[in-house]
Design a protein. Structure first.
Length: 289
């Protein structure tokens, strides 16, 4: 609601004053409104219980929201860039520059307030995406100061500074779009953090009875992480003791890895090369593939 109010104020005043910088900043903040709404909708969706059709739940909705947000950011960058170029070519003068300057400063104050709120709530909820969104809002506040500088320059008699500030803000939006695309793509492709995998392997290997950790995988679905690992245990271990060992490893991982909600442990008999021979040709990279 705070971002929406700031954005609406800047868009209305940009229409009245003809400021390309304030328009660019307003469009940038409008993109942040959609970002926050999409994130909130994804949070609500992820709280739904799994069904037979969606047995893993709806946590991927947060990743899908990232794609929607990316498209909105790209759209705002295009609109901001076109408007700024038009103002630069036609040298349109500002009307009510004092109001436009006030709007840009309101944009800075609003973004900084929202940034602090998101950061505090993100830490309380242990939501990395909400903390990152708060940092994004803080950067947007600095962009609003850039818009204010452009308006002040135009008011001082250098009208080109306003559309130039608009183009600079367009570049800022473009950088945000690139960073968002990189993060969204990595999440959709199940990118894994090497240090995180190393932590999981270290915790599993330290458990008494684990002879080897042969495979570790982990991926994020929204704010939740799922991990899979293969442990080698003594071939003469009973099913009961091997199961207890696997549960011990799962318990330790839940305590050590924040955001981890599911761990699948597969147990192998150590030193038995033929343990998976029957299905070897079905695995990825096997002779039949």
């Amino acid at each position: 609601m705070g971002l929406a109010l700031v954005s609406a104020t800047e868009l209305v005043i940009s229409a009245l004053s003809g400021s390309a910088a304030v328009l660019a900043d307003g469009l940038h903040n409008l993109g942040d409104v959609f970002t926050t709404v999409a994130l909130a909708g994804a949070f609500l969706l992820s709280n739904r219980a799994p069904t037979r059709r969606f047995p893993y739940g709806y946590h991927r909705g947060e990743d899908l929201a990232g794609v929607v947000v990316l498209l909105l950011i790209v759209g705002s960058a295009i609109a901001s860039g076109v408007t700024s170029v038009e103002h630069l070519l036609h040298r349109s003068s500002l009307s009510h520059p004092e109001v436009a300057l006030a709007a840009a400063l309101v944009g800075f104050a609003g973004n900084e307030t929202v940034a602090r709120y998101k950061t505090v709530m993100g830490r309380r909820l242990r939501s990395l995406s909400l903390i990152a969104d708060g940092q994004h809002s803080r950067i947007d506040g600095l962009a609003s100061l850039g818009a204010a500088a452009g308006v002040a320059g135009a008011w001082a008699g250098v009208p080109q500074l306003d559309p130039i500030a608009g183009l600079l803000l367009t570049a800022v939006i473009g950088v945000v779009a690139f960073d968002t695309a990189r993060n969204v793509t990595a999440r959709l492709l199940d990118e894994a953090d090497a240090s995180l995998l190393a932590t999981i392997e270290e915790v599993a290997a330290a458990a008494p009875g684990v002879i080897e950790v042969s495979e570790v995988r982990a991926r994020w679905t929204g704010r939740r992480m799922r991990a899979e690992l293969v442990l080698a245990v003594a071939p003469d271990e009973t099913v009961s003791r091997a199961h207890a060992l696997g549960e011990q490893v799962r318990h330790e991982l839940f305590h050590r890895v924040e955001g981890l909600v599911e761990v699948v442990v597969h147990l192998d008999p150590a030193g038995d090369a033929a343990a998976h021979q029957a299905v070897r040709h079905h695995e990825a990279g096997g002779p039949d593939h």
